[in-house]
Write a protein that binds this ligand. Sequence first.
Ligand code: UDP
Length: 380
Amino acid sequence: MLPQKIYIIGSGCFGSTLAHLIASKLNRQVTVIDKRSHIGGNCYSYDDADTGINCHMYGSHIFHTSIKEVYDFISQFVTLNHYRHFVMTRSNGTVYSMPINLRTVNKFFNKDMTPSECKAFLEEKIAQSHIDNPANLEEQAISLIGKDLYKAFIRGYTKKQWQRDPKELPSFIIKRLPFRTTYNCDYFNDTYQGIPVGGYTKLFEGLLNHPNIDLKLNTNYQDIKDTIKEDDIVIYTGPIDEYFDFCFGKLEWRSLDFKWEVLNEQDHQGCACMNEADEDVPYTRTHEFKHYHPERKEVLESNKTIICREYSKEYKDGDTPYYPVNNDRNQELLAKYQEKAKNLKNVFFGGRLGTYQYFDMDKSILQALRFFDEHKESFN
Ligand code: UDP
């Protein structure tokens, strides 16, 4: 009998990590297919030929994790540079530090409070809202920072990002953001942070350049699925509803549009990411990619820069899916697809799209490491 073949559909964080583990630890052949012309999924980045600026094609990706196992895993292939994510946000014509920290609060209220004064000041504001058990994003945000800061920094941005009232969104989304009464303005709390020196594509090349991995780009799963035999193993990292031809209906996603510009100036905004908190500014943020590589001094000092403005939109057929929309309807639909998936013998789902989860890169890699531990005996 011919050995089972292993197919991995999608070369993002989950698919590439798993392909590497199967190829290197089990010494098994793996075919990785991707419909795009490049590896890395939405983490893909490339050096712009004219400026040498490393651009993130699908919006800013900052690697951050507190999971040592994940950090050690990626460190086999890349070194993280010393970039720290310090985001700024513009609200009503003034630029503030984001996430909300002591500097933001003092500037916004035109005060000079110490951390404990700030805590007491905000606690009083929070108490005025009388929210005991926050049930949605709006209530969660107000119970953390009070109504004024919520209206200035969260409400408009969130409405643009999700095209939904923050009352209709789950509270976990806002818990992604730290809130501090110190001057620490780091966007993330994680132990390990940075951008791979050489860019993200170096990480994916490191994962996929292996003699046991057969990589087929520009290849649609639909076009090869008839060649896959019943006993072969398929690890599918595309949207789970797509795999089942949307038989129960379509899961909703948020998608993004990017408007790119090359500018003849050294530094456009002084940071990698400028958020726009006001609802009447149509885009959510502007990325200026040269800032992600402080180690590329010549590129930083050159008189050219590349920016891109990010516009959030409802996903339609043909768009790139980015963010799952976590509401009851979609969770119920997802449960139906997951139930159907249980009946498939050799097909598994993983990654942000395959499991319909709002994952960061490290969580996708961790999911692949765990998946490998769980299934390696049966793949051997
Ligand atoms: N958010 C906000 N104002 C900001 C930044 C974020 O209201 O300036 C909210 C918004 O609801 C967003 C969520 O916080 O969806 C999570 O933000 P994060 O930066 O983690 O989003 P991502 O980078 O994944 O798009």
